[in-house]
Design a protein around this ligand. Sequence first.
Ligand code: DX5
Ligand code: ZN
Length: 211
Amino acid sequence: MIKVFPSILAADLLHLQQDIEHVLSAGADGLHVDIMDGHFVPNLSFGPEIVRVLRRTFPGVFLDVHLMLASPEKYLNTFVEAGASALTIHHEAENALECLHRIRSLGLPAGLSVKPGTSEQSIIPVLEETDQLLIMTVEPGFGGQKLMPECVDKISNLRKLGYRKPIAVDGGVTLHNAPDVTKAGADILVMGTAVFHAEDRSHAIHQLHTL
Ligand code: DX5
Ligand code: ZN
């Protein structure tokens, strides 16, 4: 079944608990938490405290933490202790392979993300060290951007290469383009704007679950 992880970057930050309760009751399968350092991406978002309060407030919810950090190795322990359910680092970050090993040794699934400009060929040597992939379909750093269709081919190519673990897609995913993305082989949809700003969140998530 297709999983939907709303990205809290698009939530109403002044009413975050209420907004999250609403998307969870609307059927969300977990939460995507974007951590940005202002270096790896030209934006700042949340720190580890957000993961800590989310874990305290929503003990059973899957927290899919997306580390858009130049030097993620400095923060892996902190996010594990804060309560992340999975940590995804970027192939383009420092010491990516060592980070994948460290995340696993800390007991969490290790995710690897690639920016639009990074080919799927470049991650072939490390696929074995990953538990899931996060294919960026926008330049990371901001929500509300348009999906870059040329990135969707990476998903089908990775499936053709025999990658059988979960592939998530992140950036500009909507009800309109989600069918193409899942047909290509994605099984997790990270959606900020299209869920948090949906007219009817339950209807949107139900539609996505049936893809
Ligand atoms: C962008 C983030 C995405 C973003 C998704 O750097 O990694 O998770 O919040 O938001 P939408 O779905 O609005 O593109
Ligand atoms: Zn993200």
